[in-house]
Ligand binder design. Structure first.
Ligand SMILES: N[C@@H](CCC(=O)N[C@@H](CS)C(=O)NCC(=O)O)C(=O)O
Length: 369
């Protein structure tokens, strides 16, 4: 399936719905919609901006749980998390894994930020193979799970190491389960990222942010018509304004500690000025021009477990080189300057207890990524 998961057939409404338009049995895993097959302007990566954008439903939605009710019990060392550091959805899982101290329990495979026609590949690894799964392409784990699966290949994905089968690519569920089902393997001092009493509020906040911000930037970026773009872009900034107001006098989105909601907002905000502002045309202003959001995202960036998962080079190369439908030259811009990410943010003055009764994770350099 195609990068950033465009199914190109109907309007995206809000949360994941419908299916990926995709491969009709061909080896092309970047998923061009059948009606466009054969046209160079509308195939594969070049399709971006030419086909209607729709985020697909995660097809493999089994859950890895403490009681193993779907057949996949939480076990240390059994599963491998496959990500691209470019991908905001996969990066949520990277942050959660770090905050919860799951690095040893759940190993990590990092895909090349540039997919080819067979989608995510392990060309960053020696010999072009993931050293644990022994595969060259993530689609091999999808195939091991379901032969002739007609949809796309996406990250994040969790693979069962002994069988080599994909367990889940359910990006909305994976982090919630890391927070609530993997608790036996959390590090001492791990925060509660999805506290029971706050779940309704967290869900409500995340819902609006998903629709208008996390996914809104994609709707703007892959719009094919002026009106479609304008509507999405307005949604993005309307919601950003609302969120900025909310964060003006509170350090975190819900409660006084870091929660799942902050992780989900972070992975979009950290990419905003580097890719969404230019490449996706969400350019009313930059996050760096909103004093509240800019301080908020730097606060998180400087918190162990957040900034140390971010790779701006992977992010920029992925968006600007893969989406040739909207950036035909594939030229990757030089900016923005990254020094400011480390500047003081002053958000401590708002109080808040980042890790609640817990503690921050060890700095990344001393842990296995
Ligand atoms: N699994 C979800 C969301 C995750 C997602 O969209 N991931 C993108 C990367 S940011 C992806 O892997 N797209 C497929 C591809 O790039 O080949 C979906 O299918 O919509």
């Amino acid at each position: 399936m195609n990068p950033d998961t465009a199914s190109h057939s109907s309007t995206d409404s809000s949360t994941d719905s419908s299916t990926d338009g995709s491969t009709d049995g061909s080896p092309d895993r970047t998923g061009s919609a059948p009606e466009d097959a054969g046209s160079p302007a509308t195939d594969g990566n070049a399709a971006y901006g030419h086909k209607k954008f729709k985020r697909s439903k995660s097809h493999f939605a089994d859950r890895i749980t403490a009681d193993g009710r779907d057949g996949w019990p939480v076990e240390p060392g059994r599963y491998r998390l496959v990500v691209s550091r470019a991908c905001p959805w996969a990066s949520r899982a990277l942050v959660s894994r770090r905050l919860l101290g799951l690095e040893d329990a759940l190993s990590l495979a990092v895909a090349d930020p540039i997919q080819d026609d067979r989608s995510w590949r392990f060309t960053l690894d020696p010999g072009g193979r993931d050293p644990v799964l022994g595969i060259r392409y993530l689609h091999e784990a999808y195939d091991a799970r379901e032969r002739d699966y007609p949809g796309g290949v996406s990250v994040p994905a969790i693979v069962d190491v002994p069988s080599g089968k994909l367990v889940t690519n359910d990006f909305q569920r994976i982090t919630l389960d890391l927070a609530t089902e993997w608790t036996a393997l959390h590090r001492p001092g791990a925060p509660d990222l999805y506290p029971g009493p706050l779940r309704d509020e967290i869900d409500t906040v995340m819902d609006g942010i998903y629709r208008d911000v996390n996914n809104g930037v994609y709707r703007a970026g892959f719009a094919r018509e002026q009106s479609e773009y304008e509507e999405a872009c307005r949604d993005v900034f309307r919601r950003l304004e609302q969120v900025s107001q909310r964060l003006a006098d509170r350090r975190y989105l819900v409660g006084d500690t870091i929660t799942e909601a902050d992780i989900r907002l972070f992975t979009t905000l950290v990419r905003f000025d580097a890719v969404y502002h230019g490449h996706f045309k969400c350019n009313r202003y930059k996050i760096a021009e909103d004093p509240v959001l800019w301080a908020y995202v730097r606060d998180l960036y400087q918190t162990p477990g957040f900034g140390d998962t971010v790779d701006f080079e992977h992010i920029k190369r992925h968006y600007y080189q893969v989406h040739t439908g909207i950036n035909p030259t594939g030229i990757v811009p030089l900016g923005p300057d990254l020094d400011a990410w480390h500047s003081p943010h002053g958000r401590e003055a708002l109080g808040g207890r980042p890790f609640g009764d817990g503690t921050p994770p060890e700095p990344a350099a001393t842990t296995r990524s």
